[in-house]
Ligand binder design. Structure first.
Ligand code: NAD
Length: 256
């Protein structure tokens, strides 16, 4: 990836939602490594959490910043992107990595668990993508990478909400990819398998061991495995890849 934009004057600006998270932080680091200026957009965070993030990104100095954002707030997404357009000339790369789980079997799932998850995992993708897409198409360049999940492809017990939202993310990707393909804007999905992050650490150890036993590569994914795929799709020269779902799951779920 080049550190310059189309007119050769500035690094690409990448906005990473959920940027303080297990996968988001590594995505920030790898895009900075690729020469981008990066904004990690995440919920307002404690000083301790922000200090941990800054430490993880210290190598990249000012290339990685943080902005408080709730992706479920449509107006807040538009406001942040407007500010970034004024300050930096526009968002070139959007990575939608913000996500939550609200697990329960369908019989026990409350409407609040359903709606809360949809507001972040699916509405959030709409809110941020809508905020950036006009500027991207006007400038003739954009990369949107949406983080889905293997559980959107296979379904998962106790995750009707999560699986529905994550499957919906790729439907969104394909539809928007068609809308923007002629404008230099690609839209793709990365579907991680089970990764070594706090989200998966929260799964009981016994179930985690069963999951690892079912992964052909024989280990959980590392955040770097996922970030590498994002970086690949976000590159300037990835313009012929659009509407793709790229599974990164150690062979846990194979399909074509
Ligand atoms: P994580 O919990 O470490 O990070 C998620 C981040 O999203 C957190 O920093 C959180 O603060 C942020 N967030 C939550 N609600 C938000 C909101 N309303 N607005 C802005 N930010 C918000 O989880 P992760 O493992 O880094 O997951 C990142 C993405 O990858 C998620 O979409 C997740 O569903 C997906 N995923 C993760 C795994 C995995 O194994 N970890 C597997 C498949 C898919």
């Amino acid at each position: 990836m080049s550190a310059s934009n189309a007119n050769g004057s500035a690094a690409r600006l990448a906005l990473i939602t959920g940027g303080l998270g297990g996968l988001g932080t590594e995505i920030c680091r790898q895009l900075a490594q690729a020469g981008c200026r990066v904004i990690a957009a995440d919920l307002p965070a404690s000083d301790a959490r922000l200090a941990g993030f800054r430490e993880a990104c210290a190598t990249f100095g000012d290339a990685i910043g943080y902005a408080a954002l709730d992706v479920s707030d449509h107006e807040a997404c538009a406001t942040l992107v407007g500010r970034l357009e004024r300050e930096h000339g526009g968002v070139d790369i959007l990575v939608n990595a913000a996500g939550i789980t609200r697990d329960a079997s369908l019989r026990k799932m409350t409407p609040a668990q359903w709606h809360e998850l949809m507001r972040v995992n699916l509405d959030g993708v709409f809110n941020t993508s809508q905020a950036v897409v006009e500027g991207m198409t006007r400038r003739g360049f954009g990369r949107i990478v949406n983080i889905s999940s293997v559980n959107g492809q296979t379904g998962q017990f106790g995750q009707t909400n999560y699986s529905a939202a994550k499957a919906g993310v790729h439907g969104f990707t394909m539809a928007l990819a068609r809308e923007t393909a002629r404008k230099g804007v690609t839209v793709n999905t990365v579907s991680p398998g089970y990764c070594d992050t706090p989200m998966v650490a929260a799964v009981p150890a016994e179930i985690r061991a069963q999951i690892v036993a079912g992964i052909p590569v024989g280990r959980l994914g590392q955040p770097a495995d996922i970030a590498r795929a994002v970086r690949f799709l976000a590159a300037d020269d990835a313009g012929y890849l659009t509407g793709v779902n790229l599974p990164v799951n150690g062979g846990y779920f194979m399909s074509f």
